[in-house]
Structures are given as C-alpha cells and as structure tokens.
Ligand binder design. Structure first.
Ligand SMILES: CC(C)(COP(=O)(O)OP(=O)(O)OC[C@H]1O[C@@H](n2cnc3c(N)ncnc32)[C@H](O)[C@@H]1OP(=O)(O)O)[C@@H](O)C(=O)NCCC(=O)NCCS
Length: 196
C-alpha cells in the first residue's frame, strides 16, 4: 500500500533527507496510505480496523488532519512511521498519543523515538503537562518501547472493543515536565524532528 509514495516533500521530485514532519490537509493521501498499511500490518495494535477505515472519503481524511496533529517519518526515502497527538476536550492538559506505527523494516532504528518526540513537542508547545495513550495487552513490544521512552501505567484498563470480552488495553502516561526525548534512539536513526 505504501508503494509509489513520495518522500517528505510530496510536491518535490528531489528526495529529501530522512526526517519527521507534521502532515497538513494536502497530505491526506499519504496519511490514508500509511494508516491503511498500519491497520493491515498490525491489527492487534489498534482499536480501529482496516475494514472501517478503508471506506473513509477524502473529506474524512482531511477532517482528521484538521483535528489531529499527525507526524510522519521517512527513512531511506521511504515513509517509515506515523504518530499523532489528539486533544482531549475534557482535559486539554493531557492530549493522547494515537495512531503509533513504524514500518517493520524501520523498527528498532529510532524512528518510533523520533515520532513520539515530535508529538511530545507538539503537546508541550500547547501547554500540556502529560501525554496519555492506550496499549493493548497483546502488544508487549509497544509496551516495552513506551516504558523505555518514560511512559508509566496509570492503572486504568478497558476493553479494546465492547464485543471482544478478552481483549484489554491499559493506559500509560508520560510526564512532559521532565521528559527528554531527544535521546539515543533519535540520534541512532539520524532523524530530525520538527513541525515544518
Ligand atoms: C510499537 C512500535 C511503534 C515500536 O517501535 P520499534 O521501532 O519497534 O521500537 P523499538 O525497537 O525501539 O523498541 C521496542 C522494544 O521492545 C523490545 N521488544 C521487542 N519484542 C518484544 C516482545 N515480544 N516483548 C517485549 N519486548 C519486546 C525491544 O527489545 C525494544 O526494547 P529495547 O529498546 O529496550 O531493546 C512498532 O513496533 C510498531 O509499529 N508496532 C506495530 C504497531 C503498534 O504496535 N503500535 C502501537 C499502538 S499502541
């Protein structure tokens, strides 16, 4: 699904250096392709499904980009990861990290660190004190990654989907006041972060 996708600057024929940038409404096809690839590749990780999102219209992808701060990563000229910050109207100081995914060849190379750092930077810039996320019990790799990044369990648990009684997820939180996310993983990847 990612075949034929452009690099970090969709309008440019010149390959851009590896990096992370925030996606805008004009990137709706790019978001769609990365997201559908993620849902197909790692269905155990998300509460949404490929069946649900592959029917989304252009307007729906554009409205997601308007409502949610999506950051994509490129490595070796290929789209390599995605993460997003989603505001919580009930608790604006604690937005959520959602849609986290790194392509299998890019895993273990610091791409995940870089997109989380970008979302944490976005959250800090708007005055957030913490970042929240939900991770499924069926996802020990993600949990280990989040723990390495400084996330800790809040103890809150819920069903991923109401109809699946044995599929649970747990909430984790990252304290943004002390977190330094420009650490070894990001340096290892050679990725840069930013919202340009
Ligand atoms: C979760 C994800 C973003 C993490 O990115 P990554 O590049 O794989 O992460 P890293 O390799 O840097 O870190 C994973 C850690 O888990 C460890 N790990 C790997 N497999 C593991 C397993 N089965 N059980 C426990 N830990 C595991 C790794 O050793 C590594 O720990 P370390 O850095 O201390 O050595 C990526 O794996 C992914 O996209 N997975 C599918 C989608 C997903 O799960 N999204 C999260 C939704 S909440």
């Amino acid at each position: 699904m990612l075949g034929g996708m452009s690099d970090g600057d969709p309008g440019s024929p010149v390959p851009q250096p590896a990096g992370v940038r925030r996606l805008g409404p004009e990137d709706w096809k790019l978001l769609r392709d990365i997201r559908l690839t993620a849902l197909a590749e790692a269905p155990y990780a998300f509460s949404s499904t490929l069946a649900r999102e592959q029917g989304f219209s252009e307007a729906k992808w554009r409205s997601r980009l308007a409502e949610t701060a999506y950051f994509a990563a490129w490595q070796d000229g290929e789209p390599a990861g995605l993460a997003a910050g989603l505001d919580d109207a009930a608790d604006p100081a604690r937005p959520h990290l959602v849609s986290m995914w790194v392509s299998p060849p890019a895993r273990g190379r610091g791409v995940a660190d870089a997109v989380v750092a970008a979302v944490a930077g976005w959250a800090r810039d708007q005055g957030a004190v913490a970042l929240l996320l939900w991770v499924t019990d069926a996802n020990p790799r993600a949990r280990a990654f989040y723990q390495r990044m400084g996330f800790r369990s809040t103890g809150l648990r819920q069903l991923v989907r109401p109809e699946e009684r044995d599929h649970w997820e747990e909430q984790m939180t990252l304290d943004l006041s002390g977190a330094d996310l420009s650490g070894p993983g990001t340096q290892r990847s050679g990725l840069t972060t930013g919202s340009s």
